[in-house]
Structure formats: structure tokens, C-alpha cells
Write a protein that binds this ligand. Structure first.
Ligand code: NAD
Length: 246
């Protein structure tokens, strides 16, 4: 699963799962671009990768903006003269029951989680197809597979991401670009920090492996799908959820 000589963009790399993925890919040899709306945090991640001896850059970009994501891909290609791996990880939640969900909460989640991945994918495919080697990994969710009361917007965005994954896989397989998704269960990050202990215990009862996941559990799956080790796998959704969805 060595990634020496490979160049990776990770969106939402400033913290949580994205940070863990960025540093995992760097530790296996990839040069990385840590992209986030929070430049300071992305810079700290890029600095950690540099300390491992990798080339690394931090970029401020909002994945919702087609213009900003085009500039992102262009800057990375200019700096590293290649672009092999894209991890669409940036994501948000705006939870609420449907009857109380505001239109802006629906739009915000669909925009970041789904349109954001479309924008970044489109911007990066241009370079990947010319190279005839590319790996796109989308961070979906168990909620996109099973649905979840109180998360209609989030579940729809993640289910949409799975449809996008399969379509990109079919369109670009002939150019040796694979596109897969991972569907994490409940992972301990800032996103799940606000859940109270009672809710966490309830979730754990639904996890056959009996615990919440950690960012490293997700990063290991993404590493595999970003590497040559997964060269005959495309259009798949890898559940990393302790067995919740099976
Ligand atoms: P997080 O909130 O800790 O981190 C998300 C990062 O994305 C932040 O650094 C944030 O600044 C960045 N971001 C947000 N909007 C952005 C935008 N418009 N453009 C660029 N960057 C943006 O979240 P996390 O828990 O690390 O989740 C990462 C991904 O994993 C998300 O897609 C999330 O839906 C998914 N996921 C998380 C869990 C979980 O339990 N934590 C489970 C399944 C899937």
C-alpha cells in the first residue's frame, strides 16, 4: 500500500477523520494537499506531513464553490506536477426532524456533502485522466445506507454520494481511475462529541463489535482504496462501522 510519488488532495483535512486520512496517506509516502475552510488547521496538518519528510501544502477552499475547487486542483497540479488521489471528506450535519427542518439546513448539508464532492471530483478528474491513474475515495456514512430519523438531509447527501461514486466509477474506469466510497459508522470526532453518553451507549448496543470507531479505522480503509492494492476494485462501498450495516 506504499504511496511514494503519489499526490493526494484531502478535503476537510483540518481535523477529525480528514486529518487522520491526510497523515495516514503521508505516512505511507504520499505528498499531500490539506484542504479546509479553516486554513490554520489545514496548515498544522501540512506541517506534520512535512515533518515526516513529505511535500505538503495547505489550501483554503470551500468545496461548495466550483471556482475555488478548480483553483484548488490547479494549484496542487502546478506545485506537485501530478494529482493522483482525491479524498472527498469535507462534511457537515444540520440535524432535525423533517417537519422542523429548515430549507437552509437541507441546502447547506446537500451543498457541502454532495455538491462539494461533485465539484472536487470534476476539478480533479481532468488531471487524473491525463495521467491514466487516479483514485477517488468518497466519505459516505452508515446513515446513507440505513437512513436515520433526524438526519434526512445528511442521509440523503450520503446516499447521493454513493450514487455519485458508482457513476464516476463507470464513467472513468476505462481511464484507470477508480472511485469508491467508505461508509463509516459512529466515529469519535468533533462531529459526534456533542452526543450525550446515554445516546452513545444506545448506539454501541447496535454495533456488533461493541464500540465506537476511531478516525484511524476509517483512514486505514481509505489508504487501501487509494493504493495499488485496490486496483481491481471500483464503484464499491466499504462499510467501516463495526458491523452495524450487514
Ligand atoms: P469534523 O466536523 O470533525 O471535520 C470536518 C472538516 O471539514 C472540518 O475541518 C471542517 O472545517 C471541514 N469543512 C466543513 N465544511 C467545509 C467546506 N465547505 N469546505 C471545506 N472544508 C469544510 O467531521 P468528521 O467527523 O471528521 O467527519 C469527516 C467526514 O466523515 C464527513 O464527511 C462526515 O460526514 C463523515 N462521517 C463522519 C462520521 C462520524 O461519526 N464522525 C461518521 C460517518 C461519516
Amino acid at each position: 500500500m506504499q504511496l511514494t510519488g503519489k499526490v493526494a488532495i484531502i478535503t476537510g483535512a483540518g481535523q477529525g477523520i480528514g486529518k487522520s486520512i491526510a497523515l495516514k496517506l503521508a505516512s505511507y509516502g504520499a505528498d499531500i494537499a490539506a484542504v479546509d475552510v479553516n486554513l490554520e488547521r489545514a496548515q498544522a496538518v501540512a506541517n506534520e506531513a512535512k515533518a515526516m519528510g513529505r511535500r505538503a501544502m495547505a489550501l483554503k477552499a470551500d468545496v461548495v464553490s466550483a471556482k475555488e475547487t478548480e483553483e484548488m486542483a490547479e494549484k496542487v497540479f502546478k506545485e506537485f506536477e501530478a494529482l493522483h488521489i482525491l479524498v472527498n471528506n469535507a462534511g457537515i450535519t444540520r440535524d432535525g426532524l423533517i417537519l422542523r427542518m429548515k430549507e437552509e439546513d437541507w441546502d447547506a448539508v446537500l451543498n457541502v456533502n454532495l455538491k462539494g464532492a461533485f465539484n472536487c471530483t470534476k476539478a480533479c478528474l481532468k488531471y487524473m485522466t491525463k495521467q491514466r491513474w487516479g483514485r477517488i475515495v468518497n466519505i459516505a456514512s452508515v446513515v446513507g445506507v440505513l437512513g436515520n430519523a433526524g438526519q434526512a438531509n445528511y442521509a440523503a447527501s450520503k446516499a447521493g454520494l454513493i450514487g455519485l461514486t458508482k457513476s464516476v466509477a463507470r464513467e472513468f474506469a476505462s481511464r484507470n481511475v477508480t472511485c469508491n466510497a467508505v461508509a463509516p459508522g459512529y466515529i469519535e470526532t468533533a462531529m459526534t462529541e456533542s452526543l450525550d453518553d446515554k445516546v452513545k451507549q444506545e448506539i454501541i448496543t447496535k454495533v456488533p463489535l461493541g464500540r465506537l470507531g476511531g478516525p484511524n479505522d476509517v483512514a486505514m480503509g481509505v489508504l487501501f482504496l487509494s493504493s495499488n492494492a485496490s486496483s481491481y476494485i471500483t464503484g464499491q462501498v466499504l462499510s467501516i462501522d463495526g458491523g452495524m450495516a450487514m
